[in-house]
Design a protein around this ligand. Structure first.
Ligand code: TLP
Length: 350
């Protein structure tokens, strides 16, 4: 039985063409700024995203943390969505290592922040208060369902930030999914932010790596924080070559993942007891399963060769490179038979 791994787009393996590009990469010591392949990736990422400069980092977590440390001083407050990855899934690094205070503002169902609530979260200048140092957004928004922030959503926060002279950072782990979904150049979405992290190691299919983009001055400073965080990587051109290959060859195909997510969602929605939570906008499909203990349900699916996670009272299926339409249809068929056979066996609380 073929295992269908829908846990995350982080499980993607590099294609043979990507591996070849990695094997052939011209290398140097990137801590000395001498790896030509890293330099090429950084230039390409910066120009694609419409920023002055870029920095290859080990992970999305490291990119976001380096960004927060660069924008803020110890003791500053960072305004961040209450369901954001940075707040909830990045080990509290900004507070533990940076002395930053994470100030949560409600994400709406689409992952947006309400400008009025962001405004209310900002601190007036007063000796009693921490300084507000940064506003963070997430696009696509993972926990809200892979939802897309469009230009209007981003512009509203940008205007507010400008009024209060605050920088904006986007956790754009899946920003290319947002751009493909909206069918606009990624640079248009990034134009509203001072800095952005995007991941090479998710839907773009690279084995390792993320890229932080911003102004030249910002990236120079972030480079110091990357070193402090242990992210100076020497002959990192091996990884950058995968990134260059991905930016050339793996962006447009994200539309296939999004189409497969839509196909999965439509089929799942027809199964009694399943409700989409919410309908997918990109490559993440979240759904609830009525009457089941979700941990038991995930275990039963794993026995049937379907790997996925339960997250926040929902199941998440992620489509990605290596998952074809037939896999998605097969996954739905196996789920359907688990539900049909298991009625009453694994009910919640039984
Ligand atoms: N997300 C992973 C898990 O950590 C949940 C996943 O499987 O979705 N921002 C966002 C929006 C993310 O979804 C992730 C990873 C990150 C940042 C962190 O990236 P990495 O894993 O490279 O540190």
């Amino acid at each position: 039985m073929r295992t269908i791994d829908l846990r995350s787009d982080t499980v993607t393996l590099p294609s043979s063409e990507m591996r070849k590009a990695m094997a052939d990469a011209e290398l140097g010591d990137d801590v000395f700024g001498e790896d030509p392949t890293v330099n090429r990736l950084q230039e390409m990422a910066a120009s694609l995203l419409g920023k002055e400069a870029a920095l290859l980092v080990t992970s999305g977590t490291q990119g976001n943390l380096a960004a927060l440390l660069t924008h803020c001083r110890r003791g500053d407050e960072v305004i961040v969505g209450h369901l954001s990855h940075t707040l909830n899934f990045e080990v509290g690094g900004a507070s533990a290592l940076g002395g930053l205070i994470m100030k949560a503002v409600r994400n709406d169902a689409n992952g947006r922040l309400n400008p009025g609530e962001v405004r209310a979260a900002m601190r007036p200048s007063d000796d009693h208060f921490a300084r507000t140092g940064l506003i963070c957004l997430e696009n696509t928004h993972n926990f809200c369902g892979g939802t897309v922030l469009g230009e209007e959503d981003l512009a509203a926060v940008r205007d507010l930030a400008d009024d209060h002279h605050l920088p904006v950072h986007i956790d754009g782990a899946r920003i290319f999914n947002a751009a493909v979904s909206l069918n606009i150049p990624v640079s248009r979405l990034v134009a509203f932010a001072d800095s952005i992290t995007f991941c090479l190691s998710k839907g773009l299919g690279c084995p390792v790596g993320s890229v932080l983009c911003g102004s030249r001055e910002f990236i120079e400073e972030a480079r110091r924080y990357r070193k402090m965080l242990g992210g100076g990587m020497r002959q990192a051109g091996i990884l950058a070559a995968a990134g260059l290959y991905a930016l050339d060859n793996m962006v447009e195909r994200l539309a296939e993942d999004q189409e497969n997510a839509r196909i999965a969602a439509e089929a799942l929605a027809e199964i009694p007891g399943i409700a989409l939570a919410p309908p997918p906008q990109t490559n993440l499909v979240y759904f609830t399963v009525e009457g089941w203990d979700l941990a038991a349900f995930v275990r039963r699916l794993a026995e049937e060769g379907i790997l996925c996670f339960d997250e926040g009272g929902r199941i998440r299926w992620v489509t990605h490179f290596g998952i074809e339409r037939a896999d998605v249809e097969e996954a739905v068929a196996r789920l359907r038979s688990v539900m049909a056979a298991g009625i009453g066996l694994h009910r919640a609380g039984v």
